[in-house]
Design a protein around this ligand. Structure first.
Ligand SMILES: Nc1cc(-c2ccc3ccn(Cc4ccc(CN5CCCC5)cc4)c3c2)n[nH]1
Length: 256
């Protein structure tokens, strides 16, 4: 997967050089390319923002510079300047914003199927809306929110999304099964919070690991884990239980 990120703070993405994402890049699973938005601002001060039409606080990012940057990043491949990833002519353009659709595990799985993503994290009060209108159809623009709180810019949201998508790519996580057991993973754990985890020692400061987990009885262990997931979900996120497909609950679940 190719990932392009255009930002006035490309250094914000240094964390993508470490750990799982760093290894995925070394192994060519993820091809992340960073671009400094100001490289397309031609005035002497390399200005990227201006005052909002209609008044209001803060500044808005100018459309011209974003347009030139996106054309350069997308066009380079389309113009045959280099091999577009897996024949993708155009990337999916993802715009972090507090007013976007919720970014969920389902959206992460959707993005993980794309050969090429373009993230456009903004600063100030956001990007002139005409940029999303200009690329909306051709780049299938998706405005997404990572949560109901306001960040100072989109970069942290991009870090979150690249990690959530990157870990779903084949070969990134050592033990593929752990993706299937994720909270919100499709299938048995869909819409359930995962239960508690333990490792050695069996007793630590007087706290014992639940006996069942030491029993080696895999059927009972799976049952216990599902019960714990249901209990935790009912306690912390009851609204998720309402989304559960009743057919996915067996008679044991129902008596909980
Ligand atoms: N899930 C999530 C995503 C973000 C996020 C993503 C990108 C940017 C770019 C700039 N900001 C700061 C910021 C400050 C104030 C407003 C609200 N203003 C009210 C009137 C016009 C706008 C919007 C935006 C971002 C924030 N925050 N939270």
């Amino acid at each position: 997967m190719r990932v392009d990120i255009i930002s006035i703070f490309p250094e914000y993405f240094a964390p993508l050089d470490v750990s799982l994402m760093g290894k995925a890049r070394e192994r060519g699973i993820l091809d992340i390319r960073l671009h400094q938005l100001r490289d397309w601002a031609h005035d002497v001060h390399r200005t990227v923002d201006d005052t909002p039409y209609g008044g209001g606080p803060g500044m808005v990012m100018k459309p011209e510079i974003w347009g030139e940057a996106i054309d350069a990043v997308v066009g380079a491949a389309a113009a045959g300047g280099e091999a577009a990833p897996e024949g993708a002519v155009a990337p999916r353009m993802i715009v972090p914003t507090p007013s976007g659709r919720p970014f969920t595990q389902e959206v992460a799985l959707e993005y993980a199927k794309e050969p090429w993503l373009l993230f456009t994290p903004a600063r100030y009060e956001g990007i002139d809306s005409r940029v999303m209108a200009e690329y909306g159809f051709r780049l299938r623009v998706d405005e997404v929110s990572i949560g109901d709180y306001v960040l100072a810019g989109g970069e942290a949201a991009v870090l979150v999304m690249v990690e959530a998508v990157g870990r779903l790519l084949p070969g990134v996580l050592g033990n593929a099964a752990s993706v299937a057991d994720d909270s919100f993973a499709p299938g048995t754990m869909e819409n359930l919070l995962e239960g508690p985890v333990y490792t050695k020692p069996p007793t630590w400061r007087g706290h014992d690991v639940p006996e069942i987990l030491l029993s080696g009885h895999h059927g009972k262990i799976a049952r216990w884990r599902r019960d714990e997931a249901l209990r935790r979900t009912a306690e912390k996120r009851p609204e998720l239980l309402a989304r559960l497909d009743p057919d996915s609950l067996d008679k044991h679940d129902r008596q909980l």
